[in-house]
Design a protein around this ligand. Structure first.
Ligand code: FES
Length: 152
């Protein structure tokens, strides 16, 4: 039986296959990720196999299958940030954290993602650390930012 929050969400839909993506989005908003129990409940309700749901959900970068980390790092790779070295910043962040994009560090401290544009291209290259935008970033600056976090 779905938990209360998920049950309430499902009541808002008709229970048709076409409801799958919006329900997954709402379920993720609820828990911060798609937990196995939510996938199972949605599968039963929509009469779509869990395998099929995983297949659909993994196609979209927006869905996560692990609990979110404490901090969210988003490296912008939109055009303005890309031409100013966003890719190298992302490579460094991956190396330092030992994760790929869309993953969470083993200690649960950081999520790493790439984004298409953070809406502040004049400050490129840009990295968002939680809700704070860090402008004119560089490989050195991302290392420093992570160093500072480790000291806290
Ligand atoms: S491209 Fe990075 S903020 Fe717009």
């Amino acid at each position: 039986m779905a938990n209360g929050g998920l049950s309430a969400i499902m009541q808002e839909f008709k229970g048709e296959r076409g409801d799958l993506i919006p329900i997954l989005q709402r379920a993720q908003d609820l828990d911060g990720y798609l937990c196995p129990a939510a996938i199972r409940d949605i599968s039963r309700w929509l009469k779509v196999s869990e395998n099929e749901i995983y297949g659909v959900a993994t196609f979209y970068a927006q869905f996560r299958f692990h609990p979110p980390g404490q901090h969210h790092i988003k490296v912008c790779l939109g055009t303005a940030c890309h031409v100013k070295g966003g890719e190298q910043i992302l490579v460094m962040a991956k190396q330092r954290l030992g994760v790929d994009t869309g993953e969470t560090t083993a200690d649960g401290k950081y999520d790493l993602d790439r984004v298409a544009c953070l809406g502040c291209c004049a400050l490129a290259p840009v990295v968002a650390f939680d809700d704070k935008i860090h402008s004119q970033m560089s490989v050195l600056k991302i290392q420093r930012l992570l160093d500072e976090q480790e000291q806290d």
